[in-house]
Design a protein around this ligand. Structure first.
Ligand code: AMP
Length: 614
């Protein structure tokens, strides 16, 4: 349906046409006539990217009265969304006379914003906290509000704005019409709508909590310690990737972004420890595609609105399905296709089933591409770039005869091979010995080798390292106490505790490892827990010798030329413990005893002999 058919004013039609909108999007087809012809309130289940800003913005602009008073209020969760909505509304009202749209949001000098409100804005776009501030300063008058929009209502509740929203709702006239937009419909939203939206109609774009049809949901099943290498494979397999990698904690976000950057990827981190200016700068770099891969926490990514993401990668699955809906809804927007990738371990399969049930979409388990697949993909990408490159004949022609002469001795095939090798050798090298990262039946059999007794026996173990040792009077009982505090789970089985002067090593089941690391690292203090070099736990000593690895470099760091490394000028070293894509598999039966980490910590700390085992 065209916008003209929807009965919008000429000035609005002109602006919309200039923006290149040809037909109304489904939500607009529903919301525009509804707002213009009915009197009820509206609840719209819709994600960002569905065209909801125009869905509420166009009818409100069409309905504005010709008076200088604040007639519409749009509440949004973040400053970035406020700015974006205000800019969209300014665009739509470009040809309307005397329409003023002002965004007000926290984190910005209030004086500047106050100045903009010297004359009232017909449309105010605000974050709830800042609006309360302005109300208290008597700088805004909400008594003439005809239209109130709650945008991304579920996000506002997630961010703790419930009290602010109810305060604001109570300051607006009961005669107002309210429009509530939300990607999901948790109980909090239903409560608000029951209390504050009287005669209401619900529309939805797709079903409730439904995943966007344009998004393909896939997952890879990996061992916890292979997450990072899997991430690199995914990125390498998609040379044109433009995506967000979601992590659970700030620390993990920083770590993964740092590793990617160190490995030569076009990546950066977005998290709450950055100042507003730093966040703005990262977001801007990402928006203009100076960065291909943004590693972010859910909270920090909220303010970022980009329509053309090719991938969303769940480095870890989020704790709740709502967050998954939000994450995956960031791709597949504006009628483009997108992929939501989840890197999971076997215990998380149940979570996938749960998400499938709620979003009513099927996930596809895919095999992690092997080295050959990745190399092929990169090679063809290179060829494609070569085919499409613009050739500057004018500058090249004068040099060409000499160039041809120089290449005379080689035939076409050889020239192609050499040029490809020039660009590609390092990449081929990186992937030469790249192992299979997929979990197969034989892996579960292999896990049998690491069975330990006790209630949680049967799981493979991972050796972790905390940066506290004898120097801090650290002890096994303190470790267990901290673990209980951090995770609140007394059933986590810990074995093989070794306290050295600076560090303490311990084994937990691979299934618990992520949770333990995240819980400790979220404590916020100095304590940091990482996977120990050598990775695999030794099952409480029964499989001693395993970590010994080969007699040379030992364990995990291995001898491959840096599996999973990158292309595009990436550094030779992988940051995953030196980059070996699990050469330990080959080494596990060779003797040795004393893992790689032992030598390392022992030699650097000089405390090898003082190591205590518990
Ligand atoms: P939103 O969900 O409001 O963030 O909109 C998503 C994207 O779709 C934005 O880039 C809008 O500019 C764009 N958009 C909104 N309505 C239309 C339309 N009718 N036709 C084409 N693009 C649109």
């Amino acid at each position: 349906m065209t916008f003209k058919e929807l009965g919008l004013k000429e000035e609005i039609l002109r602006a919309v046409e200039e923006l290149g909108y040809e037909n109304a999007m489904p939500i607009q087809e529903k919301s525009i006539p509804f707002m213009m012809n009915e009197t009820k309130d509206l609840i719209a289940l819709a994600q960002t990217g569905t065209g909801k800003t125009a869905g509420f913005g166009l009818p409100i602009l069409n309905l504005l009265k010709d008076v200088r008073q604040t007639q519409a209020l749009v509440l949004a969760p973040t400053r970035e969304l406020c700015i974006q909505i205000a800019n969209d509304l300014k665009g739509y009202s470009k040809y309307m006379k005397g329409v003023k749209v002002v965004p007000v949001y926290g984190g910005e000098n209030i004086i500047t914003q106050l100045r903009q409100l010297d004359t009232p804005a017909q449309i105010l776009v605000a974050t709830p906290g800042r609006l309360i501030d302005l109300i208290e300063r008597r700088k805004v008058d909400l008594s003439g509000i005809d239209y109130l929009v709650l945008d991304e209502a579920d996000e506002m509740l997630n961010m703790g704005f419930l009290d602010d929203i109810t305060t604001i709702l109570e300051k607006t006239p009961e005669t107002r019409r309210t429009m509530l937009f939300s990607a999901t419909m948790p109980a909090g939203i239903t409560n608000i709508s029951r209390k504050y939206m009287k005669d209401r109609e619900e529309i939805s774009i797709g079903k409730k909590n439904t995943g966007n049809e344009n998004v393909e949901h896939i997952y890879y099943l990996v061992q916890a310690r292979d997450r990072y290498l899997t991430l690199k494979r995914v990125v390498d397999m998609n040379p044109d990737i433009y995506g967000i990698v979601f992590c659970r904690t700030r620390q993990e976000t920083k770590d993964i972004a740092e590793k990617l950057m160190k490995d030569g990827y076009s990546a950066d981190a977005l998290h709450g420890d950055l100042s507003q200016a730093q966040r703005d700068s990262v977001m801007q770099k990402f928006r203009i595609k100076n960065i291909q891969v943004l590693v972010a926490t859910d909270v920090a990514a909220r303010g970022l609105d980009v329509d053309s993401l090719t991938h969303v990668i769940n480095y870890n699955l989020p704790d709740d399905t709502e967050s998954y809906t939000h994450r995956s809804g960031r791709t597949g927007r504006a009628n483009k296709k997108g992929v939501s990738v989840s890197i999971i371990h076997s215990k998380e399969r149940g979570k996938i089933r749960e998400i499938e049930r709620i979003i009513n979409r099927k996930f596809e388990q895919q095999q992690i591409p092997n080295g050959i697949d990745v190399c092929k993909k990169q090679l063809f990408y290179l060829i494609e770039r070569m085919e499409n490159v613009e050739v500057n004949n004018e500058q090249l022609d004068p040099m060409f005869p000499e160039l041809l002469q120089k290449l005379e001795s080689m035939d076409k095939e050889e020239i192609i091979k050499r040029f490809v090798s020039l660009e590609f050798n390092r990449f081929l090298d990186y992937y030469k010995n790249a192992p299979d990262l997929n979990i197969h039946e034989r892996d579960s059999r292999r896990d049998g080798d690491f069975k330990v007794g006790g209630t949680r026996g049967g799981f493979s173990k991972l050796r972790l390292k905390i940066n506290l040792g004898e120097k801090e009077s650290f002890s096994p009982s303190r470790l267990l106490g901290m673990l209980n505090d951090a995770t609140g789970d007394k059933s986590i089985n810990v074995s093989g505790i070794e306290v050295t002067s600076k560090f303490t090593f311990f084994d937990v089941s691979a299934e618990d490892a992520d949770r333990v690391m995240t819980a400790f690292n979220d404590l916020g203090g100095e304590a940091r827990v990482d996977v120990a070099k050598g990775g695999r736990g030794n099952g409480g000593g029964r499989d001693g010798g395993y970590r010994g690895g080969n007699s040379g470099g030992g364990g995990y760091r291995g001898n491959s030329s840096g599996g999973g490394g990158g292309y595009r000028g990436r550094s030779e070293s992988s940051s995953n413990g030196g980059g070996g894509d699990k050469p330990w598999r080959k080494d596990r039966n060779s003797g040795g005893g004393g893992g790689d980490y032992k030598r390392k910590e022992g030699s650097s700390g000089g405390d090898g002999a003082r190591r205590k085992r518990y």
